[in-house]
Design a protein around this ligand. Structure first.
Ligand SMILES: Cc1cc2nc3c(=O)[nH]c(=O)nc-3n(C[C@H](O)[C@H](O)[C@H](O)COP(=O)(O)OP(=O)(O)OC[C@H]3O[C@@H](n4cnc5c(N)ncnc54)[C@H](O)[C@@H]3O)c2cc1C
Length: 313
């Protein structure tokens, strides 16, 4: 595959930065990372694949991620990479949007694949129509800005002997009209589903929030992470949004995905179709998920989960 000359990356999570640095290496000859974090993170970005690091220092307590947009824009203006990749987080998408506005270009969100033509022109694939189709989009300008979901690229294994440069970059007054007034801790625990080897996913079939206790117990027994469908996170709010899988959530590629009470709609299955083995439990023998599973158990999950727990897998 042809490669671009210059790719820049930025992420607000260490695991995403590692994936984007590795992705940048696949797609480009030179990779520069903009790092907001400790000195150690800047050094790690080189091990993960960056040739140059532009280090913004630790994120200031009184600033939001968006407040770094002009600082990043100054760097992009000077170096003009062909592609600037950000992880597809809530705040990084805002940064991507603001940058796109500043450079009068498009921000292509949730990119899945990058296609570089013979003459070096770039097209970016992303899902449309709720996951029913893939569309190839052409960036509007010579510098493309795209956000990439977890798991699209795989972090590099070991780059401890890589060399690169670290340049400190001072913060530039931003003029962002949103102001940070107060911070409150969120009632969620961090989870990295994209990196999990085993995932137990639960859907509306669970019926009531109390049912989740046995799902967590089963996941503990299987040494698996717990995930869910979007209605459980966005509708019922029984789980944090970080835990839902699918076209608008996280994409996973575990060795095993156990789906409990999930019908198997395309928007969910798009996020799990890279799993090595899919096992489904559903009381409806005609549930679409059985067509996409390697193993299926037809039955009530309130009977099957306790039986699995008893069997001490
Ligand atoms: C633009 C758009 C984006 C979307 N993005 C996402 C996304 O990223 N991720 C996502 O998950 N969804 C997404 N959705 C929603 C998606 O279309 C489905 O509505 C959703 O995935 C269905 O969730 P579910 O399988 O939990 O619920 P349901 O479809 O209601 O299925 C519940 C299943 O549980 C089974 N069941 C019921 N009781 C039991 C029991 N006691 N034992 C065993 N089985 C039982 C039923 O037979 C049924 O098959 C999106 C939708 C749109 C329009």
């Amino acid at each position: 595959m042809r490669r671009l000359k210059n790719i820049w990356v930025f992420a607000d999570k260490a695991s995403s930065l590692a994936e984007l640095c590795a992705g940048g290496r696949q797609l480009g000859e030179n990779v520069a990372a903009v790092v907001l974090g400790g000195e150690e993170t800047a050094r790690q970005a080189i091990e993960q694949g960056a040739d140059q690091v532009y280090w913004l220092g630790l994120k200031a307590e009184d600033k939001m991620l968006e407040d770094y947009t002009r600082t990043i824009a100054g760097l992009l203006e000077k170096h003009r990479p062909e592609l600037f990749l950000l992880n597809a987080g809530r705040r990084t998408k805002v940064v991507a949007g603001r940058l796109a506005a500043l450079f009068a270009t498009s921000a292509i969100t949730d990119a899945m694949q990058f296609v570089i033509g013979e003459n070096g022109d770039l097209q970016i694939a992303r899902l449309v129509y709720g996951g029913l189709a893939i569309r190839l989009e052409k960036p509007l300008s010579a510098m493309a800005i795209a956000t990439v979901g977890n798991g699209v690229f795989k972090a590099a294994a070991d780059g401890s002997n890589r060399q690169g440069t670290v340049t400190e970059v001072p913060w530039v007054e931003d003029g962002c009209r949103l102001k940070l007034l107060e911070r409150r801790a969120r009632d969620t625990e961090p989870v990295d589903l994209a990196a999990a080897a085993r995932v137990v996913g639960v859907g509306r079939g669970i019926g009531k929030e109390e049912g989740l206790a046995m799902v967590y117990a089963l996941a503990r027994q299987l040494k698996a992470e717990v995930a869910c469908t979007r209605p459980l996170a966005e509708g019922e709010k029984w789980m944090s949004p970080e835990r839902y899988i699918g076209v608008s959530g996280t994409m996973i590629k575990p060795d095993m995905y156990l789906a409990l009470g999930i019908s198997g709609q395309i928007q969910h299955m798009t996020g799990v179709n890279k799993a090595r083995v899919i096992i489904a439990v559903n009381k409806d023998i005609n549930a679409p998920i059985f067509e996409q599973s390697d193993y299926g158990l037809v039955g009530d999950l309130y009977k099957i989960i306790p039986a699995l727990l008893k069997s001490r897998l």
